[in-house]
Design a protein around this ligand. Structure first.
Ligand SMILES: Nc1ncnc2c1ncn2[C@@H]1O[C@H](COP(=O)(O)OP(=O)(O)OP(=O)(O)O)[C@@H](O)[C@H]1O
Ligand SMILES: [Mg+2]
Length: 223
């Protein structure tokens, strides 16, 4: 059964599509078979992958054809979808609209900008996230600060807000505000094919932290 990681936030433009696709590239370039289910009507990842393929790039991430997916449950059928990891990119909502996919997910990954508006918006979604985790006892939530600027201390506010939660984790890795994220698709299909060591290092760190968070939780459940 694949790991299903749904990238979500009620806010638009926080980096959901960027992070979903970059993580899928990271794991797939290291031998995992990864696919993206693009549930956003804007189709950012689908369009980007199509453009990469049109210019002859060898994209290592597969796209799941939404029109052939009868039920989300099918995603867990390895005969139909033989992937190690499926990333679901979602529209800017964090509501019951995505319940069916949260119910199958191993993780909701929430990218968030270090701003008070984004903090308030996440707090409004908090009960909803908890309801999703109550329905699905295997579901973890991970919050990643994106477009971080060094002077911000908002990560401490996030940590404090969630310190009593077992299954909601504010990840240690932060992604910095970097021009490379906006321009690499013009150059290459993968961030990891660029020369930007800072961006590659932080995305790799994020991928590893997510992997260990999921693995640790799985081991804890077994014991
Ligand atoms: N760490 C970063 N530094 C600089 N730019 C970034 C970073 N992360 C994402 N971006 C840029 O921010 C813009 C929004 O990112 P993205 O499309 O991934 O957000 P989104 O949450 O998927 O938006 P939407 O809600 O519209 O789907 C894009 O131009 C992307 O290149
Ligand atoms: Mg998007």
């Amino acid at each position: 059964m694949p790991l299903i990681i749904t990238v979500a936030n009620a806010k638009g433009g926080v980096g959901k599509s960027t992070i979903a696709y970059c993580l899928a590239c990271y794991y797939s370039e290291r031998g995992a078979s990864c696919a993206v289910l693009d549930e956003d009507i804007q189709q950012s990842i689908s369009d980007a992958v199509e453009q990469f393929q049109e210019r002859g790039d060898e994209v290592s991430v597969s796209l799941i054809d939404r029109t052939k997916l009868k039920s989300y449950k099918d995603l867990t059928d390895p005969e139909k979808y033989p992937y190690d990891i499926i990333f679901v990119d979602s529209p800017p909502v964090l509501t019951t609209q995505l319940d069916a996919i949260y119910d199958l997910s191993d993780m909701i990954l929430i990218p968030i900008k270090p701003s008070i508006n984004d903090y308030n918006s996440l707090m409004r979604s908090r009960e909803y996230i908890k309801e999703a985790m109550n329905r699905n006892p295997d579901l973890l939530t991970a919050i990643v600060i994106n477009m971080a600027v060094t002077s911000s201390t908002i990560q401490d506010n996030f940590r404090e807000a969630f310190q009593d939660e077992d299954r909601i984790k504010v990840l240690n890795t932060q992604l910095a505000q970097r021009v490379i994220y906006t321009k690499y698709p013009l150059l290459t299909h993968s961030l990891f094919k660029t020369k930007d060591t800072g961006a590659k290092r932080e995305m790799a760190e994020l991928a590893n932290e997510i992997y260990y968070t999921l693995e640790f939780s799985r081991k804890n459940k077994k014991s």
